[in-house]
Design a binder for this molecule. Structure first.
Ligand code: CS2
Length: 493
């Protein structure tokens, strides 16, 4: 079978088994780069790049140069296929395929750092966007401040012209532009962080100030950091996905993406260096993204993490399987309805519709979204997904048993041993420390909860001191140890 390339695509004009193959509708040779994207993983390629792909026919000045910060695998997969890739949208009602051409080049920052900084310093790059995941911001998740002791930050302060972190790369490029009299690019975070624009601004400005106070003032005054709310469920690509795409298109794509039809992007309209007409391709441009972000992080991601830990412990490999279990579904429904929705500023009817749509999306039978994938990096995710809601409820004198169960399920998960006694591969930047705490506590719920609540980067100092919250977490954790995840979920469903 021919590999997906620009030439193969021209020859395959008739399409594959799924009928005519949809593809980008512009002359790629006329497209020039306007965006550098850091963190060119599956999410970006299924989300922002698809919006940009729809813009390029009208406005070819916004092609994307992607960069991976850690591994060359995306570049190595995409370069031999002219950076083209297939996005498959699937749900119970059908399957649609499309080849995206918006990515013009992919660089591997670990070996092409100089080239990446050169591109970021070019005047025609007006946006640097990011999906580097929560941990890529090198921050303290509980405060949202730069972690000046993070090894990558320590490295980048010592070697400011050879940075390895996202803040380090952005500041190195901004410093070069400033020295050359080139206006700064706009920095657009597309990660699931609270107030992601303001958080990124705080982190990048602080890093710049540590490099040089004048550079810090320049970043604070001259660079815009709009916030965004991004949403699309994008499971990691599997071999089965590759086979599916080959069957559908007749072309061999080394890194296709299988995702849901749903997509949403809400963007704060603050782009002094210019932007593509994102609103013309379905994005919502608004003055204030934060209510949307709060809703999405607390409802979707809060449920996702809770389901991931309970589901994994209960033996569910996939989200659709977890949400099909009435115990988990009932728990998530009540978690959203009774505990999360009252903390959100939107009208009740809108929130109910949002919740129902989420439950349908989670149940999508065509996606194989592993609970293990979502369970990853819990230390970086819990603050914005569960703990902010809990804080708001505590301040209002309200209980949070289901949210506390989400936290307790994470604690049970990071012990690294599942309910059948088998090891769990816990992926988390703090995994070793969490494991040490868990090993010292054994199966004593109070000792384990106290040990983990003491991780200040996650819980701050207020939550461990709150006796009602602590009691709820210890109670749920004790139940998880005694009767297991599904039976514990059933008690609150
Ligand atoms: C998920 C998200 O992996 C995870 O932690 O909760 O990636 C989720 O699928 C997206 O935020 C949906 O927009």
């Amino acid at each position: 079978m021919p590999r997906l390339t620009a030439d193969a695509l021209r020859l395959a004009a008739g399409g594959g088994a799924a009928g005519p193959l949809r593809r980008f509708a512009y002359d790629r040779a006329a497209v020039t780069p306007g965006i550098v994207h850091l963190g060119i993983g599956a999410f970006h390629r299924a989300h922002m790049a698809v919006y940009v792909d729809a813009i390029l026919a009208r406005d070819p000045g916004w092609g994307i140069i992607g960069a991976s910060l850690r591994r060359p695998d995306t570049r190595d997969a995409l370069k031999p296929q002219d950076c083209l890739y297939t996005v498959v949208e699937r749900d119970a009602s059908g399957t649609a395929c499309r080849v995206v051409g918006a990515i013009l080049d992919v660089l591997d920052a670990t070996t092409q750092r100089r080239q990446l900084l050169d591109v970021m310093a070019e005047p025609r790059i007006r946006i640097v966007s990011l999906t580097v995941t929560e941990k890529g911001y090198c921050h303290d998740p509980s405060t949202g401040e730069l972690d000046a002791h993070h090894p990558d930050i320590v490295h980048d302060l010592a070697h400011p012209d050879a940075p390895v972190s996202a803040p380090g790369l952005i500041v190195a490029a901004l410093a070069r532009r400033r020295a050359a009299g080139i206006p700064p690019f706009t920095v657009m975070s597309c990660d699931n962080l609270p107030a992601n624009g303001r958080t990124t601004a705080r982190i990048v400005t602080r890093f710049a100030a540590l490099r040089d106070p004048a550079l810090g003032r320049y970043v604070a005054e001259a660079v815009a950091f709009p916030s965004t709310m991004v949403d699309r469920i994008v499971p990691a690509t599997t071999e089965a996905d590759r086979r599916l795409v080959a069957g559908l298109t007749g072309l061999d794509d080394a890194w296709p993406i299988v995702t849901e039809p749903f997509t949403q992007w809400v963007i704060e309209d603050r782009f002094p260096a210019g932007r593509p007409a994102f609103e013309s391709v379905g994005a919502q441009l608004v003055e204030d993204v934060e209510p949307f972000e709060l809703m999405k992080l607390r409802m979707l991601n809060g449920s996702h993490s809770t389901m991931a830990y309970l589901g994994y412990l209960g033996g569910c490999q996939y989200v659709a399987e977890a949400v099909a279990d009435p115990r988990i579904r009932g728990l998530i429904y009540k978690l959203m309805t009774e505990e999360v929705m009252p903390t959100l500023p939107m009208p009740r009817a809108d929130l109910e519709a949002y919740r129902d749509r989420l439950l349908a999306r989670f149940a999508n039978p065509a996606l194989q979204h592993r609970t293990w994938q979502i369970a990853m990096d819990g230390s970086q995710k819990l603050p914005q997904r569960l703990l902010g809601t809990i804080r708001d409820r505590l301040a209002a004198g309200q209980g949070s048993e289901r949210l506390a169960l989400g936290v307790a399920a994470w604690m049970r998960y990071v012990t690294g041993i599942d309910e059948a006694g088998a090891p769990i591969e816990v992926k988390d930047p703090l995994a070793a420390r969490l494991r040490d705490i868990a090993d010292a506590a054994g199966r004593d719920a109070a000792a384990l909860a106290d040990g983990l609540l003491g991780v200040v980067e996650i819980f701050g100092t207020d939550l461990p001191a709150d006796t009602a919250f602590r009691r709820a977490v210890v109670g749920q954790l004790d139940s998880l140890f005694r009767i297991g995840a599904l039976a514990t979920a059933a008690r609150l469903a």
